[in-house]
Design a protein around this ligand. Sequence first.
Ligand SMILES: Nc1ncnc2c1ncn2[C@@H]1O[C@H](COP(=O)(O)OP(=O)(O)OP(=O)(O)O)[C@@H](O)[C@H]1O
Length: 328
Amino acid sequence: MTAQAEPAVAGPSRQEGPALAARTRGLRKTYGHTVAVDHVDLDVPDGAVLGMLGPNGSGKTTTIRMLLGLVQPTEGEVQALGHAMPDRAADALPDVGALVEGPGFHPFLSGRENLLRLAAAEPQLTAKRIPAAVDDALERVGLTRAGGRRYRGYSLGMKQRLGLAGALLVPRRLVVLDEPTNGLDPAGTREIRSVIADLHHDGVTVLVSSHLLAEVEATCTHVAVLNEGTLVAQGDLTELLESESPGLEVSTPDATAAVEALRAAHLTARPTPDGVRVELTRATAPDVIATLVGAGVPVHEARRSRTGLEDLFARLTQDSEEAPTWTS
Ligand SMILES: Nc1ncnc2c1ncn2[C@@H]1O[C@H](COP(=O)(O)OP(=O)(O)OP(=O)(O)O)[C@@H](O)[C@H]1O
């Protein structure tokens, strides 16, 4: 799927596409005169790690809160795990783990005691299984040693990790994380990345909002980009980056012969430090390689060129009145 100026309306091919863990159609939320989310058609494919990106105030948190049934949409539809939200929240939420702002932990209880209280509200856990589930969740986020300390004394990063532990008390099908690495140091960020990678490995769908491009590039299979409440692009991350820059980077020790052979075949090519770059506007990658091999040019490697995530998002959000601040 490619970046799109306006999100495509769901057509038959999209309906026949991959199963979706969550989706919205025509989703809109206004607060007085402020349009927080504007007709968003979001697809979260089953098993994906989808990074929701956007400048401050672009509608990420509001979209996530509507997906979780915490905010009533002004217009449109939301489904989580096939259940309409917020009406069927009771059916969906046992399989959904969420880390959203202000998890509401008790300051004078320890991290472990807070999780014990949360676990008691989990319909999937019997009283006997609660302590082991809490200890597993603490270990998963690296808080085993700090589990006995009062929540009040936790750093911001520890609070975030305890919130994540709360989301992972029982196996989930969908995990939704709103800015999970906010306030974390590099070690804490790595731990969150590794928890996300484990969830992905286990087949769990993860929806994670972030404004950190490097983090999204490192952890996500898919992205959705919001700008001023509108969905400006969504899809497979690699496809999105490759579609922005349709070219093939070919490594060859004989760039001059390569350029000559390609130009003779009416293909646009230019030398690069490693070989040549060929535009894929009039030919496919196999055509290019066949042309080179046919002309006796040695091809050591060929790969699709990719736009950097930073360039892509700068372009997608450039019409913003306020220049977006992307951090990598
Ligand atoms: N409860 C509310 N009342 C009024 N306006 C709101 C409310 N919640 C969000 N908004 C407004 O809606 C818009 C989108 O906000 P939202 O928090 O969803 O964006 P965001 O992309 O998550 O931003 P950030 O990255 O800063 O968290 C903003 O203009 C915000 O001020």
